[in-house]
Design a binder for this molecule. Structure first.
Ligand SMILES: [Fe+2]
Length: 291
């Protein structure tokens, strides 16, 4: 495997490995080392089928059991655990401007960590590019270990033991989207998580931020939300982020424990974009992990 760092802080491009074929335990161990160090790993030119994508994900750990999506009955992809990050309907046509899946998916353009709103959040996400628009649609990443390191010590001390509630309802409310069904409201019940955590692979302390946060425990709500807004701005300052410009058959893997990401806009009423994501579950809630 050839490892090429993408920024001075985090992110690497890895070549010399074929993700379409089963990996040896040596390759998997080496990959996990690379992920622990770089947090975001780009694998160019991996023409994976859906089955190969699922097999690669499963070789790295247990999959998330349920996809958190709206309009579950309109799943386009064959694997129920594969998340459809596209602007396409079940027939492959572009979603209309007022389609609720489109409006819901616009929330992916807010900085977040995948599934931070679940009791057990996501470990790795693996996003594969099948069809990309000619312009726009980049994905940006920020390293939450670096964000922690750069905080003034007084702030670190203040926020270290804070707990926050996360929900898809909170992130979508930022965009004015509140058209959830009763069933979805129950499925997206807010879940508590620590605001800071320790990344076990690198042993580094990190912020656990996400636009899914809607409450900071023991603070008046506006004060808590202002703090979260400040921290997200701090964590995503331009000079510290990596912007991935997609090519077809890129597979990008990121560690949700120590990064945030967001999608960037593109003309989704004109161009098709078909990305597919597999996600691994972490081993426990952040409440049950060492800090
Ligand atoms: Fe995401």
């Amino acid at each position: 495997m050839i490892v090429k760092p993408l920024t001075p802080l985090f992110g690497a491009e890895v070549s010399g490995i074929n993700l379409c074929a089963p990996l040896s335990s040596e390759q998997i161990n080496r990959l996990i080392q690379i992920i622990d160090e770089f947090a975001v790993v780009v694998f160019p030119d991996q023409p994976l089928t859906d089955d190969q994508h699922v097999a690669f994900a499963e070789s790295l750990g247990p999959l998330e059991k349920e996809a958190a999506v709206v309009s579950v009955e309109q799943q386009r992809l064959a694997h129920s655990q594969m998340i459809d990050i596209s602007n396409l309907d079940v027939d492959g046509a572009i979603l209309t401007a007022d389609d609720r899946r489109r409006m819901f998916n616009l929330g992916n353009q807010l900085w977040h960590s995948d599934s931070s709103f679940k009791t057990i959040p996501a470990l790795y996400s693996m996003l594969h590019a099948r069809v990309i628009p000619p312009e726009g649609g980049d994905t940006q990443f920020a390293d939450m270990r670096n964000a922690w390191d750069r905080l003034p010590e007084a702030m670190q001390t203040q926020i270290e033991s804070y707990l926050c509630d996360h929900s898809l309802i909170y992130s979508r409310a930022l965009l004015g989207f509140d058209a959830f069904t009763e069933k979805e409201m129950v499925a997206f019940t807010p879940q508590p998580q620590r605001l800071t955590r320790r990344h076990p692979g690198s042993k580094r302390k990190c912020l656990f931020l996400s636009s899914h946060i809607g409450v900071v425990h023991d603070l008046p709500r506006p004060e808590g939300m202002m703090l979260i807004r400040e921290l997200i701005e701090h964590a995503t300052e331009k000079e510290f982020i990596y912007t991935h410009k997609w090519k077809v058959n890129d597979l990008v893997l990121w560690d949700n424990r120590c990064t945030m990401h967001r999608a960037r806009p593109f003309n989704d009423q004109k161009y098709k974009r078909d990305m597919r994501r597999m996600t691994l579950a972490d081993s426990a809630s952040t409440l049950d992990q060492l800090v």
